[in-house]
Design a protein around this ligand. Structure first.
Ligand code: PHE
Length: 434
């Protein structure tokens, strides 16, 4: 069984796939609006500090456990101690729950791509978006399509599906992003957006914002649901994990910054609000596109960009549970992906409908969609990461010296793994519970 496991065809394939997992809706959709709601530049400064210092620790840790055990999530935990199997199971469960809300946004993106293609005239973008998400049919069908696309690539396997998709979608993503950044920077008053992003206002610094930055950093790096553990388990030879991790972190951060540089100058140029929340991408930006020359093409490019980002992350979200099903139950990828398609759809459809006909159903005062987002982003992702850091730091007693040459860095890794990251995660969970 062991030697039948897939391996990455090259180091490039691994890195681009891990970047594909990290760079997703978290960068283009979530990062700018969370930054907009948390004071702009000062949020960015805190975020950068956290991502470059603390976040590399759980990221290396998750990849390393995968590489060490060469197993899917549940098997990896089980091989450390059979009793840990149940904690390991939380990972694929988190993946399935995340996909149930993440893929809905994927469905909306497909809708906006179609809308840009047919050049429809829209009067009120706010109303247009509300009407879409409340519609009982289109979002559900498009969510199913998005789920299908992600499971399709996962079903084709590591080389022909996951690697191949990332090798197409990630370069396309980068090219479109650069193109849109150039357009945005050439809009009148673009400098106001840049000022908003890069001129910190220290009065906005508070603990709530620091935790929002930390939560965003973990989410964007895909830490905490076993996607990276599974990707790590496909690394064959003993290449430097640290270098790969920094490449992943730097690329993810660069893409998030470029997304901000693409979005904020445009927002300020058209005198709009940067803190409009989740609607920033689906209401504010389309409104801006409608006012610039060739706006429909730019809108098309933007939503294709979002699609590329979402699909490569979506594939990684599916791959964790897919690997667990195939390896534990010894079934084919196609069977595992069919099962996943059915489970994810069964969860995602009610979540889609929670904007419309099921809006009266509340779980802890939240709609189904909001509850899934809250449960996974605020609680399950940090909890899974906390467990893995504690297991590695205190039980396996993993030392940074094993894979980090730099003495200071490996010392910092050891302290971080045992104390700093768990403390940060516990704070995140406590705040998340309130
Ligand atoms: N990192 C992805 C993003 O930024 C989301 C994600 C979270 C993917 C967890 C996999 C696991 O959109």
């Amino acid at each position: 069984m062991e030697n039948k496991r897939p391996v990455w065809t090259s180091k490039y394939a691994f890195i681009i796939t891990a970047i594909g997992s990290a760079v997703g809706l978290g960068n283009i959709w979530r990062f700018p609006y969370i930054m907009g709601q948390n004071g702009g530049a000062i949020f960015l400064a805190v975020y950068l500090l956290l991502i470059l210092t603390i976040c590399f620790i759980p990221l290396i840790n998750e990849l390393y456990i995968g590489k060490l055990t060469k197993k899917e999530c549940v098997g990896a935990y089980e091989s450390i101690n059979p009793k840990l199997k149940y904690i390991g199971m939380l990972n694929p469960i988190t993946g399935i729950l995340i996909s149930a809300f993440y893929f809905i946004v994927g469905g909306w993106i497909i809708y906006y791509i179609c809308q840009s293609l047919i050049h429809s005239q829209i009067k009120d973008y706010g109303e247009y978006f509300s009407a879409l998400i409340q519609n009982p049919v289109y979002p559900s069908l498009l969510t199913l399509l998005f789920v299908f696309i992600c499971v399709f690539f996962a079903a084709r396997g590591v080389k022909k599906g996951i690697e191949a998709a990332n090798k197409i979608f990630m370069p396309l993503f980068a090219v479109i992003l650069i193109f849109l950044v150039i357009i945005s920077l050439n809009l009148p008053n673009a400098n106001l957006g840049l000022e908003y992003m890069f001129k910190p206002d220290f009065s906005k610094l508070n603990s709530h914002m620091v935790l929002a930055a930390l939560g965003q950093a973990f989410f964007t790096l895909s830490i905490g649901m076993g996607a990276l553990l599974t990707y790590g388990s496909y690394i064959s030879e003993d290449k430097s994990l640290v270098k790969s991790v920094y490449t992943i972190i730097l690329s993810d951060t660069t893409f998030a910054l470029l997304a901000g540089i693409m979005i904020f100058p445009a927002v300020f140029s058209f005198n709009m609000q940067p803190n409009s929340g989740a609607g920033l991408v689906f209401v504010t930006l389309p409104k801006i596109f409608s006012q610039i020359p060739y706006g429909n093409y730019i809108s098309l490019a933007f939503f294709v960009l979002l699609f590329c980002a979402a699909v490569t992350s979506g594939i990684s979200i599916v791959e964790g549970p897919c690997a667990s099903l195939t390896e534990r139950f010894k079934i084919s990828r196609i069977k595992a992906c069919t099962i996943l398609f059915l489970i994810i759809s069964a969860l995602a459809i009610p979540a889609t409908l929670s904007f419309g006909i099921l809006s009266s159903i509340k779980i802890f005062d939240k709609s189904i969609f909001d509850f899934l987002d809250y449960l996974t982003s605020n609680l399950m992702l940090p909890l899974n990461t906390l467990f893995l850091c504690l297991i590695s730091g205190w039980y396996l007693k993993i030392k940074g010296q094993n894979f980090i040459k730099n003495k200071f860095l490996s010392f910092f890794f050891n302290i971080g793994l045992k104390y700093i990251v768990p403390a940060a995660l516990i704070s995140l969970i406590i705040v998340g519970l309130n």
